[in-house]
Design a protein around this ligand. Structure first.
Ligand code: BF8
Length: 625
């Protein structure tokens, strides 16, 4: 294979292909090379049948039935697979929920007047969420309300008994089902701790019981930690509204200081955006020979500032190294989650400074400027200044920015969708009932070098809109669709006649960007609102979920809470469960009888679309529409 063919076999994205060729010419290894170097990957690991939860092991089960069928303690493939899966869910739930906790902390500091630069941007949402929590708003100041709300939300994390408030957005039938199954989640921290307890050697050895706790832990993420992160972020930073911007590596500037925010929590990225507007820092950039300061994003923190400020997005997960290889990035400012440790090794070849900011996430080789919410704006200015001062170190002969970028329209929060519909969900419900819109599918999740970069994301979205399915998306799928031009009202031309008409009359794209991965909570909220409006359960709706290129533990938690909420979900990469026929059967068949939804695994996006369309047709038929 020559250099061009190798690049195009790795990614369907032109900007990424250009940079992959550049990397290869310069002898720089990327995630794709490291993936190849890992081949063949461990078969026991792929099947989920290795256990190192105690030091009698590590143990592994022979998948062919010729060698050991139990670990030293007697754990079978069912126990090992279920325990490993539960630990993945717990890690994912912990990541999302800790993000939610940090946002809550920032709201609390802001209410106390102790945060350095934050304010309550959406008072209407503050009042709405406070009311949902039973907090009086009449005649009270916003800081007083925010203080009481932040305290109440803080308590959700460590709650020993009693429900998480946002779970009660779900239809009552769904809540009753969770209660009947014993999976109505208690506090987030309690579920995560219990997951680790149960998976310790010699505790929970029933794969069904383990998986049920997986559902409960994941629900504490989706309707708990993630919803908290979304709702409180909206209060602090503003609820997203439709806004236009640009996507892909071509958003990097050849003559400005390029700062990429990468990671997840908007507490950092929002403040970096504010700091970059500081006139002294802009003057300093000019003194250093630059034409200004250009902020762009990667991954979900990029989505946060994209949908709230229209900050251009440079790429999704697999483009983080490629961005640095452009030679045009003065600083990549990172916080938590999905940040490859590999990026710091690129600083030996390029002038880019990796600036780590979280005490929870340090990277050897990075410049650490610790970020604290109580002094946020000053620290953000210091970070931006560090980037600006690095501009003269840019080697212009080394700069190669692919001239590839696409316009996008983003920022479709539930509130923005209702607004676009004229103030109520009714026009959407009518379109669903008439069949103009056959159903709604949330496509979410990561990139994974096991799949040609962006191929499955884009093709699944295109195939669904062609068949009159409204696509809503978040995370790295949203970025892939932005780059492919699917987040534009004009993309309605690629949709089926019914969806095209709806999009054209409302002036919206056929694929709606709902935010970052914690914002999958917006999808839950939307499904709950639609189900409540129709007087049915979420599992009755013509909706589905898909994660065509997923890779992270957060995605495992997401898929699990989506299914536990009653939404059929198709995965495009294979989860490590196939070593247990029983666990596989439970998740891909039996779950339907338990929670009214199940997983399917389909690598081919066209076949995945077919599975989803069949599911939606069956749900429509059952509803009599
Ligand atoms: O939380 S989609 S690679 S960036 S895990 Fe990460 Fe996956 Fe991207 Fe956002 Ni989500």
């Amino acid at each position: 294979m020559d250099i061009e063919d190798r690049a195009s076999s790795r990614s369907v994205d032109l900007a990424s292909q250009i940079m992959l060729q550049e990397a290869e010419r310069q002898g720089i290894k990327t995630a794709w090379d490291r993936f190849e170097a890992q081949q063949p990957q461990c078969g026991f690991g792929e099947l989920g049948i290795c256990c190192r939860n105690c030091t009698m092991g590590p143990c592994r089960i022979d998948p062919f039935g010729e060698g050991p069928n139990q670990g030293v303690c007697g754990a079978t493939a069912d126990i090992i697979v279920a325990r490993n899966l539960l630990r993945m869910i717990a890690a994912g739930a912990a990541a999302h929920s800790d993000h939610g906790r940090d946002i809550t902390h920032t709201l609390l500091l802001t209410a106390e007047g102790k945060s350095g630069g934050y304010e309550i941007k959406d008072e209407a949402k503050l009042n709405a969420i406070a009311t949902e929590y039973g907090i009086a708003t009449e005649g009270r100041g916003k800081k007083e309300i925010a203080y009481e709300l932040a305290q109440a939300v803080y308590a959700e994390f460590g709650k020993q008994e009693g429900p998480i408030r946002f779970t009660r957005r779900a239809p009552s039938k769904r809540v009753e089902l969770w209660q009947k199954l014993g999976i109505d989640p208690r506090g987030v921290d309690r579920e995560v701790v219990e997951a680790l307890h149960r998976t310790h050697i010699g505790v929970d050895n029933d794969y069904v019981n383990l998986i049920l706790h997986g559902l409960r832990t994941a629900l504490s993420d989706g309707w708990g930690g993630s919803t908290i992160a979304t709702e409180l972020s909206d209060i602090l930073f503003g609820t997203p509204k439709p806004i236009r911007s640009m996507a892909n590596l071509g958003v990097l500037s050849s003559d400005k200081v390029n700062i990429i925010v990468h990671g997840h929590e908007p507490t950092l990225s929002d403040m970096i955006v504010a700091a970059a507007n500081d006139s002294d820092l802009i003057s300093l950039a000019k003194q250093k020979g630059a034409n200004g300061i250009n902020i762009t994003g990667i991954c979900c923190t990029g989505n946060e500032v994209l949908m709230r400020h229209g900050i251009p997005i440079a790429g999704n997960f697999l483009q983080q190294e490629l961005a640095i290889i452009t030679g045009a990035v003065e600083a990549m400012v990172v916080d938590v989650q999905c940040i490859m440790p590999a990026i710091t090794s690129l600083t030996g070849c390029f002038h880019t400074k990796i600036i780590s900011t979280s005490p929870k996430a340090k990277f050897p080789g990075a410049t650490h400027i610790e970020f604290h919410e109580d002094n946020a704006l000053d620290i953000a200015k210091e970070i931006v200044k560090t980037a600006v001062e690095n501009y003269p170190a840019r080697n212009t002969s080394q700069v190669k920015i692919p001239d590839v970028k696409t316009e996008c329209m983003v920022g479709f929060s539930v509130e923005a969708i209702i607004n676009a519909l004229g103030g109520s969900l009714d026009p959407l419900l009518d379109a669903i009932k008439s069949g103009a819109v056959k159903g709604i599918v949330g496509i979410v999740g990561c990139n994974n070098p096991k799949i040609q970069h962006d191929y499955s994301h884009i093709n699944l979205a295109k195939e669904l809109i062609k068949n009159d399915i409204l696509v809503i998306n978040t995370g790295c799928n949203a970025i892939a669709c932005a780059k492919a031009g699917l987040l534009l009202p004009e993309a309605a031309d690629q949709a089926g006649g019914g969806l095209k008409g709806v999009c054209q009359s409302l002036g919206i794209p056929p694929v709606l960007h709902m935010g970052s991965c914690v914002d999958i909570s917006r999808i839950l909220t939307a499904c709950a609102a639609i189900a409540n409006a129709l007087g049915v359960d979420i599992s009755d709706l013509p909706v589905a979920g898909a994660a065509p290129e997923w890779m992270s533990e957060k995605a495992v938690s997401i898929g699990t809470y989506v299914v536990a909420s009653g939404i059929y979900t198709v995965l495009g990469t294979v989860p490590p469960i196939l070593g247990s026929a029983n666990v596989t059967k439970l998740l891909t068949e039996g779950a339907e009888d338990v929670v009214g939804a199940k997983f399917a695994v389909e690598i081919d996006p066209f076949k995945a679309a077919k599975l989803i369309l069949d599911h939606i047709t069956a749900k429509r038929k059952a509803l009599g529409i």
